[in-house]
Ligand binder design. Sequence first.
Ligand code: PMP
Length: 384
Amino acid sequence: MKISQRIANSRPLATTAMHGRVETMRNEGREVIDFSIAISHFPAPPTVLDAVGAAVEQVRTMPYTSVVGALDVRERLCAKLRKENGVEAHADEVIVTNGAKQALYEALYAMSDPGDSVLIFKPHWPAYVATCQLLGLRPILVDLPAEITPEILATCEPARIVIINNPHNPSGKVYTRAELEHIRDWVASTGAQVIVDESYEHLSFDPVHTSLAALCDWRTLGVVTIFSASQSYAMMGWRIGFALAPAPLVGAMQTLQGPITAAASHLSQVATVAAFEAGVQQHMIDEYRERRDMVVRRFAEVPWIVMDSPDSGPYLWGDVRALTHDTVAFAEALIEEEKVAIMPGDALGVPGYIRIGYICDDVATLMEGVRRVIAFGDRFAARK
Ligand code: PMP
């Protein structure tokens, strides 16, 4: 059977593949602690559950809406953009999608032609590079600096599209206003278009999150901003997101989305509005902060890992180069010997690092998993 070269040259996402492996092990009755991705142990906000429950009760027929999403849904998302992000937008500049992944795929597809270059800072969310591969685009991977300056940007190879992830997975970096202004000025001078993934907008522990679109004429500059309910509202499995983009681009994304999924499901659209009106889930952030501090404190006692305390997000990013640069083999042996799944930095473009999602399960399971990672690393160090 023929398989398209585009697919044959691509690989399943490393993150979902590792999570799938965990699920298989559990289905076989094998116990495993999963740090490979970040699935919150919190439920969706109560307002979301109420809105969806009421919709099921009241709306007996769930209509197909327009592909971009129902008009009132998009208008309420525009109100969220105005209130939370400081961005004025019209309903025809918003498209509701099945999660940020669909928005990313559609935006990249609609903005590019095969062979175009896409600048991505590494470490990076694996889906950026995987989507480029599927679309025949050329990723240019550049080390994410501690601080973005005009001098650093001037050294980057020019690209057609630049992807910014703010707040950043996995480092937790929250871009400052000044850094975003440097990026704005730089793309204005190079003519690149920008995709800003703000899926973690409400998972910042202290620094204020700023939207690039609030600092520029995003229509003229060609800025697409992507939002997701997965992390900000603990709604990973709901598959909800949306994109803000200049109207012609939303039109192009609609042309692509129509034959694939048509609109997001009607119930999801009800949930989308309720989620993005729910605001910061402070109880969640407070609990994540406690977990972050607990785990970072524990790893600070371990000589073979360097782990900074992240400013945002559900991940810890550990430098284990003192032990090994082959973190794929490290992760493989860890899951075999200790039944703990982590993400090797290789999958995020930087071998020698490991990523730990610390928001799944309860605290006892989290700390048991950390104990096993440390025990494994100590044995690994002793074997060296
Ligand atoms: N963007 C980034 C950078 C992410 O890490 C994640 C969650 N893994 C998402 C977006 C969420 O994607 P989705 O809305 O498709 O769940």
